[in-house]
Design a protein around this ligand. Structure first.
Ligand code: ADP
Ligand code: ASP
Ligand code: MG
Length: 815
């Protein structure tokens, strides 16, 4: 004997019901019975109609008419015309019965749990009846079985308990007399006094298990709309995958903590009778799905992660709880009396406080009851008023093998911590089969995804990048991500999703990742107006794990958001120097914020583009080395100018050539002023631990005084020509000494200066050509011969590569 159960989603439309019939047909060769839920969504609508009636809202009639139409249409679609009329009449007759009850609710303005159960029972009664007729129409000898005839329960309406002795006998008796395929209503039963009861929302799974147990079935199959029991709810975790097998206990824990795919009590009759439960997908019937049985074979520590929303946390604390025998017994007795289900408890060993998670709907009731129970202690200030926090969720990781594997909770909480998910209470089941934590509901999706990544894709990391600035560097970065995507995924197990891009005009978000080939055009075509504050708000509200904000602008405004971004546990990567060369206070604040939130603030490209300058300096310092001096040619532009400025050329022409080649800022004075170099050496000094401001640096401005006032670039060039002879003189003097002109930044003896100087052929700067940068680090260890870092120090491609390297570095930190 096999028992099959099809849930609401499998019977939501006549077409789906028809495919269910096709799924069942091959089973008819053996002994089988089938349990059905109400058509998808009907139970919710019935509850809603009853609420409208209760509130005296006559709209309940229109909604009831919809329900009636839906069922009549199903009959018309599933049953041949000649047989329809009697079935339609029966459906109408049943709906009339429902209408009478609702009218009663409307009149007396009362809806007891008993009435509600009766109202809810119509969903299954109608669906199973219609489906039985559809089977008959398909030539199957089928018979509708109203489970109320055989399933006996107590009178705990809404969550009735099954009387297995009576139920098992009645089921066996019924089946001993039947030949036809039984089409059974899920969810409902009858109390001893003949009242209709329900087994709890989603209880049709349980009905199926009850029949399986009573009939000693060989298998129980729960057919639903997903590929079995998965590592997490696929609606919340896109990368969830099917767990091929798990133990009854594991399935029970997962469903207890919210894995809706199977109702927790279902496992009990199956477990007692050692009946395997298969979870199968009606929409993918050949897929094997999940089998739930006595043992857990697979070696994975964790089988799944689940969550429950709408949770409140109550904390009771005070000296009155300390060592007082029976205080917690009173607390739990009070909640039991109020029928408030306690989902999770955590108590500090000091016994000073007890924390309880309950369903939000009971918050007021629970708080009032506890405060009443402890009114004496509260009045004497031995216990504080019950503290309540709402809008929370419980997340749980579950697995039988947790027992033998230390480190599970470390992994769990470090994944949550790294993603800025605040944990408000923690509990571990004494079976060591689950660890559960209370978090803010707003963090649930992020928490589940972070945990899923930590436990199931531990080698694989998904980085969510938010890119602002789509100029040369931003564009080069997008292309690099595109070119490297597959290689990174395969070899480094890193996936880089660009979730958002923005420029000064428009911004575009796509949570699952933008198409890299077309995202720039898409942003132009359909992006919304850029607004930095909104961009940040949206990014924070998406709350994605491993989020990285990449600033490829040179905007000061953008840097003003860094602190807020880091505070939201989002890492920042940027070539933009404005933040780190602003006030020392801001520089320190950003570093501190990143540290405190456990995220990264990386800016290797602030100095020397893609050259490893800042990381090298930090590595030296971290390993205990001390900086004696830093010297560098830090501007690719100025190096280009001075290395191509040779005898016979005019200085102004060389600057013009540099501009024409795109090596300078739009206004070359921004390069010649030396401020860009000053900012770079300032950042290096700060990295070396010196508490400097920009004003502490002496900067030689190469723009002659009269050239500074010119309002246009052209006027500047004209004015510069008058100084060609002065530059010529400098060049001639240097050449006479066999030296070369270099614009250098020097940190030495606690002083930082940026100026034009000369170097002879013994100096490492002498041979520097093109737009290269060079940095000499003289330290205690690198004393005789300083460490030299040299190479292309400007250009979109090398800068983008440096930014990309910082992003990937964060991926490795996240491991
Ligand atoms: P049915 O109508 O068949 O009873 P349910 O809606 O009750 O179906 O349960 C199936 C749903 O359970 C899935 O669509 C899925 O969103 C949700 N679900 C939650 N957790 C899990 C999980 N760990 N594995 C699979 N599905 C899950
Ligand atoms: N129809 C009921 C519900 O929606 C029972 C079930 O679907 O399992 O709760
Ligand atoms: Mg269900």
């Amino acid at each position: 004997m096999k028992i099959l159960k099809f849930g609401g989603s499998s019977v939501a439309t006549p077409a789906r019901i028809q495919s269910v019939i096709e799924i069942v047909k091959p089973y008819l060769r053996e002994d089988v019975a089938v349990v059905f839920s109400a058509f998808g969504g009907v139970t919710d609508v019935l509850i809603q109609i009853s609420r409208l009636a209760l509130e005296g809202n006559l709209e309940y009639k229109a909604t009831l008419a919809d329900i009636e139409r839906r069922h009549l249409d199903a009959v018309r679609a599933l049953v041949g015309v000649q047989k329809q009329s009697s079935i339609l009449a029966q459906v109408k007759f049943t709906i009339n019965e429902l209408e009478d009850v609702l009218h009663g609710v409307y009149l007396v303005k009362e809806r007891t749990p008993r009435t509600l159960d009766y109202i809810m029972s119509f969903g299954e009664r109608l669906s199973a009846y219609i489906i039985a007729e559809a089977f008959k129409d398909n030539g199957v000898a089928a018979e509708f079985l109203d489970a109320r005839r055989v399933v006996r329960t107590d009178a705990n309406f809404g969550y009735a308990k099954v009387d297995f002795d009576t139920t098992n006998t009645q089921i066996r008796e019924h089946f001993s007399r039947q030949q036809a395929l039984q089409i059974i209503t899920g969810f409902i039963g009858t109390s001893e006094t003949g009242e209709t009861t329900t087994l709890g929302r989603s209880g049709s799974d349980y009905t199926a298990a009850i029949f399986a147990g009573a009939l000693q079935a060989s298998d129980l199959e729960i057919w639903t709309d997903v590929d079995g029991m998965m590592t997490a709810d696929p609606r919340l975790v896109k990368k969830a995958f099917t767990v091929p097998q798990m133990s009854y206990e594991e399935a029970m824990e997962l469903s207890h903590f919210g894995a809706k795919v199977i109702f927790p009590a279902t496992m009990q009759p199956a477990m007692v009778n050692r009946i395997p439960i298969w979870i199968k997908n009606t929409f993918n019937p050949t897929f094997q799905g999940t089998v739930i049985h006595a043992e857990s074979k697979n070696g994975k520590v964790i089988k799944g992660i689940s969550s429950m929303n709408a949770i409140s946390l109550l904390s009771v604390q005070g000296s009155g709880l300390l060592g007082v025998v029976g205080a917690s017994a009173r607390l739990f007795a009070t909640l039991a009396r109020e029928r408030v289900n306690v989902i999770l408890i955590s108590q500090a060993s000091s016994e000073h406080s007890i924390c309880l998670a309950i369903e939000s709907q009971y918050t007021r009731q629970a708080k009032t009851a506890i405060e009443k129970e402890f009114q004496y202690e509260i009045r004497n200030e031995e216990i504080d008023e019950v503290h309540v926090e709402t809008d929370l969720s419980v997340i749980a990781v579950v697995g039988d093998n947790m027992k033998q594997s230390p480190g599970t909770s470390g992994r769990m909480f470090s994944a949550l911590g790294k993603n800025g998910v605040n944990v408000m209470a923690i509990a571990q089941g004494s079976s060591e089969r689950n660890i559960s934590a209370v978090v803010r509901q707003a963090d649930v999706a992020k928490a589940l995804n972070a945990l899923h990544e930590a436990f199931f894709l531990s080698d694989r990391k998904l980085l969510n990048v938010f890119l602002v600035g789509t100029g040369l560097i931003g564009k080069a970065l997008i292309n690099m991500v595109r070119e490297q995507f597959n290689k990174l995924a395969e070899e480094n197990l890193l996936e880089v999703n660009i979730v958002a891009i923005a420029n000064s005009r428009k911004m575009l978000f796509q949570e699952a990742g933008l198409p890299l080939a077309t995202c720039l055009d898409e942003n132009e075509a359909k992006g919304e107006a850029m607004h930095m504050e909104k961009f940040v708000e949206h990014m924070v509200s998406l709350n994605l794990p491993n989020s990285i904000f990449v600033d490829c602008t040179s905007s000061e405004e953008v840097t003003s958001f860094y602190e807020a971004i880091l505070s939201a546990s989002i890492s920042v990567v940027t070539p933009n120097k404005k933040a780190n060369s602003a006030s020392l206070e801001k520089y320190k604040l950003l570093k501190h914020t990143a540290f405190r939130r456990g995220v990264k603030f990386l800016y290797e490209t602030n100095v020397g583009a893609g050259l490893p300058v800042i990381n090298t300096l930090n590595d030296l310092l971290l390993s205990g080395d001390k900086v004696i001096s830093i010297e560098g040619v830090l501007s690719g532009t100025l190096n280009f100018i001075f290395s191509s400025y040779t005898a016979g050329k005019k200085f102004s022409d060389v600057v013009k050539e540099a501009k024409a080649k795109g090596y300078t800022e739009p206004d070359p004075r921004d390069d010649l002023s030396g401020m860009d170099v000053a900012r770079k050496i300032l950042i290096l000094s700060r990295e070396a631990g010196l508490p400097y401001e920009l004003s502490d640096i002496t900067v030689e401005n190469l723009v002659p005084a009269d050239c500074r006032e010119q309002t246009s670039v052209d006027a500047f060039f004209t004015a510069l020509e008058k100084h060609d002879s002065a530059f010529e003189k400098l060049l001639a003097e240097a050449t006479a000494r066999q030296e070369k002109l270099r614009y250098m930044a020097v940190l030495k003896d606690g002083k930082v200066a940026v100026s034009l100087g000369t170097v002879n052929d013994k100096h490492p700067f002498y041979s520097l050509s093109g737009s290269d940068n060079i940095i000499l680090l003289t330290t205690e260890r690198y004393h005789e011969r300083p460490m030299v870092i040299r190479g292309p120090g400007a250009g979109a491609a090398v800068t983008a590569a440096g930014v990309f390297a910082d992003v990937i570095r964060i991926g490795h930190y996240a491991r």
